[in-house]
Ligand binder design. Structure first.
Ligand code: NAD
Ligand code: TYD
Length: 351
């Protein structure tokens, strides 16, 4: 039986992953450690059934004492580290918190895992770990940097991050790798392309454009809008993580993507058309500094070695996502009005 420490489980992908796991593995215990930064929202998790083997702990992955206590108390068998500062534009404004959360936070988790999982934690030459433990780092294709007009990212592509966000995620990947090589830490790293789906914070392209479009506000397209991302439905990211958690070979990196390259401007126009609005809403704005032009994933390793494949086409996924945002406008309004901040402050003033 697994007891999984899911960090960042109140964010976009983490909350989708918790729903996924409750359904797929109802016997697993899930401990969600989340600091509830601006991006964490307990409303995302309100439909997790009471009966689920699920515990929420408000706290910071950089808090060594707390992380250590969680390992002791719950006998953690796996860490799946989603917790991160995740937005490139914010990293350009304020890089430091990206370094402390994404790098130091990962190292704190690795240290706790090493202490609790090593059979002889004080013997640096001993590499034996308890059975079935694994550290899982949720990383991003952005660690590979800018692809140029042709080619695909493989797991062997050089790491060449261009933003403070991607540099911090790359550093975390290298630390996880170093703990594997030096201390024998059982681990996998996954590098996924851009996700879309329900509960994504409206600072990211698709929910931002949806929200603005619904409210007939200008749609800010960076530069010429011809930057390309390889979009994957969040459910398919979750199923890929599940696959690697159970089947991934120790120490391996797996890229995750659905062969779905689309230019930003095409997505913006698709949203406008789906909502029956005018393309006059499109407003070209100054480009993001250091903006990567193109990302695209070669998913051969995970599809051939582990048999994973995405279940959504982009057409199905984006239709479902647009409907979700239309049906959940209160969720969006609570975030953009700042009410959700009040929600979780109120909630914790009671505990
Ligand atoms: P998100 O910003 O929506 O959620 C991040 C979560 O982490 C939030 O709930 C936040 O409260 C929590 N958090 C932040 N700092 C913390 C800290 N110090 N301690 C504890 N919790 C903290 O991000 P997301 O889009 O769900 O991304 C999750 C992970 O997946 C990230 O590691 C990101 O790099 C990676 N990823 C994201 C995408 C994507 O398209 N969104 C693609 C590939 C990989
Ligand atoms: P984003 O969702 O921030 O993801 P990432 O930068 O991690 O890929 O942005 C996706 C693409 O959309 C990226 O090329 C930047 C662009 N973009 C805009 O053109 N306008 C916007 O307002 C935002 C948020 C993003």
């Amino acid at each position: 039986m697994k007891t999984i420490l899911i960090t960042g489980g109140a964010g976009f992908i983490g909350s989708n992953f918790i729903y996924y796991m409750v359904e797929q593995h109802p016997d697993y215990k899930l401990i969600n450690l989340d600091a509830l930064t601006y991006a964490g929202n307990l409303e995302n998790l309100k439909d997790v059934p009471d009966s689920a083997n699920y515990t929420f702990i408000k706290g910071d992955i950089r808090d060594r004492e707390l992380v250590d206590r969680i390992f002791n108390e719950y006998d953690i068998t796996n860490v799946i580290n989603f917790a991160a500062e995740s937005h490139v534009d914010r990293s350009i404004e304020e890089p430091e918190i990206f370094l402390t959360t994404n790098i130091i936070g990962t190292q704190v988790l690795l240290d706790a895992a090493k202490k609790h999982w090593k059979v002889k934690p004080d013997d640096k030459y001993d590499r034996e770990y308890k059975n079935d433990v694994k550290f899982f780092q949720v990383s991003t294709d952005e660690v590979y940097g800018d692809l140029g007009p042709t080619g695909l990212f493989t797991e062997e592509t050089n790491l060449a991050p261009n933003s403070p966000y991607s540099a911090s995620k790359t550093s975390a990947d290298l630390l996880v790798r170093a703990y594997h090589v030096t201390y024998g830490m059982p681990m996998n790293i996954t590098r996924c392309s851009n996700n879309y789906g329900s509960y994504q914070f409206p600072e990211k392209l698709i929910p931002l454009m949806l929200n603005n479009c619904i409210n007939e506000k200008p749609l800010p397209v960076y530069g010429d809008g011809m930057q390309i991302r390889d979009w994957l439905h969040v459910y398919d990211h979750c199923s890929a993580i599940d696959t690697v958690l159970h089947e991934g070979r120790d120490g391996e990196v797996y890229n995750i993507g659905g062969n779905n390259e689309i230019a930003n401007i095409e997505i913006v126009k698709l949203i406008i058309n789906a909502l029956g609005k005018s393309e006059d809403l499109i407003t070209y704005v100054k480009d993001r500094p250091g903006h990567d032009r193109r990302y695209a994933i070669d998913n051969t390793k995970i599809t051939t070695e582990l048999g994973w494949k995405p279940s959504y086409t982009f057409e199905e996924g984006i239709r479902e996502t647009i409907n979700w945002y239309l049906e959940n406008q209160t969720w969006m309004q609570n975030i953009v009005s700042g009410d959700y901040m009040k929600y979780y402050t109120d909630m914790y003033s009671k505990t």
